[in-house]
Design a protein around this ligand. Structure first.
Ligand code: GLA
Length: 381
């Protein structure tokens, strides 16, 4: 089956829980995915990141699940996740050891792919720590891709080599379905800003069956990671809204990183905003076109737009500056000639307000670190 026709949606344990994972947490998270409405909104993968195994393989070379953290074993846990109508994901690494020092899959790719298939795994995140210097990324990701694509089960392959070794040049033909192109996100505005700005020229390398993964979301974490490095002080609700809108607009997979058993109302409203999710999950998943404001400081306000399947356009304004700024979008740049008898009817998504029909241009004020998101439909005047 062709996987990842649209950016994958789900949850991953790393950002909040780091090494502190266990069977109950994963089951409760699967329960919460259903109870909160996240599943109905489209989120489907529950992914266990690093730190799930023992430090050594068994005598047959198979990975061993940590019996204290996961006493019922992975097959039973996968069955539980599947019984909720969700999909189950796990983690390994292209090197000898994972980033946290557990066994990696180097030279065990085929045996590990088979093991994951037996356990009922639907998604594998594949990291890049502790690999021999003489082996390059293309070789290692091709290997695991071949193993996964022939293991007897559909397993989405989520590559994570942080953009090293010119990832974009070979990742699509390796067989991976998504790929990380930056270092790790932490729970701070600075981190969101630097990842987003570093990806502005990368949109052309992301598309159906192989998406640029801008890293797992920090929305709703508010500095509450069990990992001190990731906690990083947290963000404001406004900053989380901007982060989510950027990732959605840029077609990144949306893998939630907060504790979904304990989300505040703002977090739920962000993660389950139907109009924003529709922009990320549009049938055509076209990449956005983007511009910097011509008269602002560099990297202050960026606006983006992209065509949607039904003829509408998604429009976003993002303010990376520390004060309020105005943003101006000339419809001419989007393809609409001036005085041509057509205008754009705008819906402000976060305000959930119809703004009426605009001709020629849209000028709007965006608060510091904030964003404005619109859905625009062409209308005859
Ligand atoms: C790397 C990855 C992270 C996470 C950790 C786990 O840093 O980029 O997303 O998986 O490893 O150790």
């Amino acid at each position: 089956m062709a996987l990842a026709a649209k950016p994958p949606l789900g949850w991953n344990s790393w950002n909040t829980f780091s090494h502190d994972i266990n069977e109950d947490l994963i089951k409760e998270t699967a329960d919460a995915m259903v109870a909160t409405g996240l599943k109905d909104a489209g989120y489907e993968y529950i992914v266990i990141d690093d730190c799930w195994s023992l430090r050594e393989r068994d005598k047959n070379g198979r990975m061993v699940v940590d019996p204290e953290k996961f006493p019922s074993g992975m097959k039973a846990l996968a069955d539980y996740v599947h019984s909720k109508g969700l999909k189950f994901g796990m983690y390994s690494c292209a090197g000898t050891h994972t980033c946290a020092g557990f066994p990696g899959s180097l030279d065990y790719e085929f045996i590990d792919a088979k093991t994951f298939a037996e356990w009922g795994v639907d998604y594998l995140k594949y990291d890049y720590c502790n690999k021999p210097r003489h082996l390059d990324g293309p070789t290692l990701y091709r290997r695991m891709a071949m193993a996964l694509r022939n293991c007897g089960r559909d397993i989405l392959f989520s590559a994570c080599n942080w953009g090293n070794d010119n990832t974009t040049e070979w990742i699509r033909n390796s067989g991976a379905h998504m790929y990380r192109s930056t270092g790790d996100i932490v729970d701070s505005w600075q981190s969101v800003k630097s990842i987003a700005l570093s990806q502005m020229d990368m949109e052309k390398f992301s598309g159906p069956y192989c998406f640029n993964d801008m890293d797992m979301l920090i929305v709703g974490m508010y500095g509450k990671s069990h990992n001190g490095y990731i906690a990083a002080g947290g963000c404001t609700t406004e900053e989380y809204r901007t982060h989510f809108s950027l990732w959605a607009m840029m077609n990144s997979p949306l893998m939630i990183g907060c504790d979904i058993r304990d989300m505040n109302e703002d977090t739920k409203k962000i993660l389950m905003n139907k109009d924003i999710l529709a922009i990320n999950q549009d049938a055509e998943v076209r990449t956005p076109y983007w511009r910097k404001e011509w008269d602002e400081e560099p990297e202050t306000v960026i606006h983006m737009w992209k065509p949607l399947e039904n003829g509408d356009y998604a429009i976003g304004f993002f303010n990376f500056h520390d004060g309020d700024c105005s943003g101006r979008l000339q419809f001419f740049d989007m393809g609409l000639p001036t005085r041509c008898g057509y205008g754009l009817r705008l819906h402000d998504i976060w305000e959930d307000k119809d703004l009426g029909v605009f001709t020629d241009r849209l000028e709007t004020v965006i608060p510091a670190h904030g964003c404005k998101m619109f859905r625009a439909s062409l209308v005859e005047l």
